[in-house]
Design a binder for this molecule. Structure first.
Ligand code: MOS
Length: 742
């Protein structure tokens, strides 16, 4: 039977912490991943590995110019390759560019126009992958190319200063210029960050199979509900005609938030040849067919009183984006509410470039904005003669300085103190270049972390079965973050069931709608909807025990109330019960300022001879609400910290400024850290349940770990050798010339 739905809108703080007073003892524990054994044994099938009978293979044809038109496609030789079933280059639904989650659901169909290098031209379908790939190489394409704009710095003058679709509005308060002129101590620093690729390990892959007029899409996608609408719109179908399945993802990193063109191409091909079609993008195709992070130029200006109080804070940036695209990288976001200061300016201007679409990549905004801001804060601390932590503490705001509302919770001072103690911050020398071990100059650095906390409307159903097990269903995905595990913990905790009696089913658009995996909102949003569904079931169980919910104790499959103890199955009367829980964001997000915070610390060694940087250790202390699972939370935090290191030292998608193509198209040339690059890394949490955020008090973790961690590294580099970061990544050529004489 179905019982009443339970909906909570966060218009006021939750009256009750839904996890408080429970007995099962699952929440907070370092419980192993529920999907771990399936993943390490290979039983967890990723999209390309799903077994679908009679599957043909598609290979995406891509453009070799950035801007212009296709004048002719000759596919005769390709069609003659043994095993080739079709070469589809003139279908009315063929997308001419990818779709982004911010850019409306329908993929553009402006063929034969080409709007960025590597864009889709069509698809070759064959009985084997090899035949499709070999045939694709034989397709001859003639173009009428045009000259595009590919370089941010060259085209700053054409920037739109008030873009129509900002993710965060520009903010200008107080007279920044005048306050800076009057300030005793000032910093004016300009930084650049390159394009980044999301670089998920699991390839972007899809299997499309039709049954009459409905299509089943097995694809590696983060946000299934919006994917369903986007795929439907791109194929001229109703959303109900599309089912999307994504039970396992090997990372997404933002790159799988939108629907890739390969998804729509697979569906078109499968319909044409009346067979299921599987398509995978090669790593090199992924560089152009999946979105990138905008390149940025960021100017940070700070003005302080002689005793180190911030009077003015300006963070103005230029970000790249393709013409007509909505996403604007919210560079300044992380610094909005971090420091006091009456004059405040935070702006993003967009420079239109004819490059592949820019969109969400691993902590859009904070990841790169805090590299610049927190490097400048470190410089300012030095200029006013304060320890970087003391300087930050001096400028700690009592209320959100941007919106003049209270913070829901804010324990950043505890993060500084706890981090400094654990890291041994007192051993840091204030002056750079003081510590040397042979060839290596050693430095310590720190930075603040701050990320906006988000809640997305989310539904989940929970069924308590007649034999006393729980089944959770939602279209949420687990991109490797531990969603299967934490949702089982939440349901098990509330219903008093051990982990093995809770089954979590994810990644299917037939299940209740969630916001999907993105923005670090998963645990808060979907966790809350699961708990709300459980709350309804608890009320029903209490009724059956003739008691009130608060009189009912649930543990190990037993219900106890009014001096009676029975098994759950005895209470079920031979029938399952199902409840739906829904959480909705509400006024709390306006009435309070909700963030997660942290303090990041790094120790580096810089070669005095070559400028090579080696990370020796890293430590982060984070304030991100209640921790549901100590193990998966730590993994999220350190994973984020590693990405921060990666932005500081390694990652750069290099654009060929003549052609608009990315040069560093594979993981041999696009550098991300491997084990030897990271060394010792630790993460800790100062826990506080934030009931303004949601009734579980949990907040986002993964992208908080990214925020500020790169700046801790660059500040450590400065402390080691006296070279300040300006252009990222800080490769050795950018350090070498500034090194002290050997
Ligand atoms: Mo994330 S970059 O919001 O998947």
């Amino acid at each position: 039977m179905s019982i009443a739905d339970n909906t909570l809108t966060m218009d006021r703080p939750a009256e009750r912490d839904l996890l408080e007073g429970r007995r099962q003892g699952l929440v907070g524990k370092p419980i192993d991943r529920a999907d771990g054994p399936a993943k390490v044994s290979g039983l967890a099938r990723y999209s390309y590995e799903q077994e679908v009978e009679n599957c043909a293979y598609g290979y995406v044809l891509t453009a070799e110019i950035s801007l212009g038109r296709v004048t002719k496609i000759d596919a005769e030789a390709a069609r003659a390759v043994p095993g080739v079933i079709a070469v589809i280059v003139d279908h009315p639904l063929l997308p001419s560019d990818g779709g982004g989650v911010m850019d409306g659901p329908k993929m553009p169909r402006d063929r034969p126009k080409i709007v960025s290098y590597g864009g889709p031209l069509g698809i070759v379908v064959a009985d084997s992958f090899e035949a499709a790939q070999a045939a694709a190489k034989l397709v001859r394409v003639d173009y009428s190319p045009e000259q595009g704009h590919y370089d941010l710095e060259t085209h700053l003058a054409s920037a739109e200063h008030n873009p129509a679709t900002p993710l965060v509005p520009n903010h200008d308060e107080g007279d920044l210029e005048a306050v800076l002129v009057g300030a005793a101590v000032t910093i004016d620093a300009t930084f650049t960050t390159p394009h980044h690729f999301p670089a998920a390990l699991e390839p972007h892959a899809t299997i499309a199979s039709w049954d009459g007029n409905t299509v089943e899409i097995r694809s590696s996608l983060q946000l299934l509900n919006s994917a369903q609408s986007a795929i439907a719109a791109s194929l001229d179908l109703k959303p109900e005609a599309v089912r999307v399945l994504a039970p396992f993802l090997g990372g997404g990193f933002g790159g799988k938030t939108g629907v890739g063109t390969e998804v729509v191409l697979a569906a078109i091909a499968a319909r044409e040849i009346r067979r299921p079609v599987k398509v995978v993008l090669s790593r090199r195709q992924t560089a152009h067919l999946v979105h990138n992070r905008a390149r940025t130029q960021q100017r940070v200006r700070l003005g302080c009183s002689p005793d180190g109080r911030i009077l003015a804070i300006g963070h103005e940036s230029f970000v790249s984006q393709k013409p007509g695209r909505a996403f604007i990288e919210p560079v300044a976001l992380g610094g909005f509410s971090l420091y006091a200061g009456a004059a405040r300016r935070f702006t993003q201007s967009v420079v239109r470039l004819d490059l592949p679409t820019a969109s969400a990549v691993r902590a859009p905004g904070e990841a790169i904005g805090m590299l610049a801001l927190e490097t400048a804060i470190d410089e300012m601390a030095e200029k006013v003669g304060l320890d970087p932590i003391e300087f930050r503490k001096l400028n700690e705001p009592a209320r959100d300085p941007l919106r003049d509302v209270p913070f829901s919770t804010r324990r950043i001072l505890d993060c500084y103190d706890e981090g400094a103690r654990r890291f041994g911050w007192e051993r840091r020398k204030a002056k750079p270049g003081q510590v040397r071990e042979g060839e290596w100059l050693i430095g310590l650095g720190m930075a603040a972390a701050s990320r906006s906390n988000l809640l997305g409307e989310s539904e989940a159903s929970v069924t308590l079965t007649k034999d006393g097990r729980a089944v959770v269903q939602t279209d949420m995905t687990d991109i490797g973050t531990g969603t299967y595990t934490i949702l089982a913990q939440v349901a098990g905790e509330l219903l008093g069931l051990p982990m093995e009696r809770v089954e979590v089913r994810l990644g299917d658009t037939d299940f209740p709608i969630s916001p999907g995996s993105g923005g670090s909102w998963g645990a808060a949003s979907t966790g809350s909807s699961v708990a709300l569904a459980c709350e309804t079931i608890i009320a029903e169980l209490a009724r059956r025990m003739d008691g009130k919910p608060e009189e009912l104790a649930l543990q190990d499959g037993f219900a106890t109330a009014r001096n009676r103890r029975v098994t759950l199955s005895e209470l079920m009367n031979g029938e399952d019960i199902t409840a739906l829980g829904t959480i909705r964001p509400g006024k709390n997000s306006e009435d309070t300022s909700q963030w997660t915070f942290g303090a990041q610390f790094a120790e580096v060694a810089v070669s005095a001879v070559t400028g090579e940087v080696r990370l020796r250790r890293m430590l982060g202390v984070f304030d991100c609400g209640r921790i549901l699972n100590a193990k998966t939370a730590r993994s999220q935090a350190i994973g984020g910290m590693i990405w921060g290191v990666s932005y500081a030292l390694h990652e750069e998608a290099v654009v060929d400024k003549r052609t608009g193509a990315f040069v560093t198209r594979d993981l041999a040339e696009y550098h991300i850290p491997s084990n030897a690059d990271i060394a010792q890394i630790e993460a800790y949490f100062v826990e506080e349940s934030d009931l303004y955020a949601n009734p579980l008090g949990v907040k986002g973790i993964g992208e908080l770990g990214i925020s500020g961690s790169g700046a801790a590294v660059t500040n450590a580099i400065y402390n080691a050798c006296g070279v300040r970061a300006r252009n990222f990544p800080m490769t050795l050529d950018r350090i070498l010339n500034g090194l002290p004489p050997v």
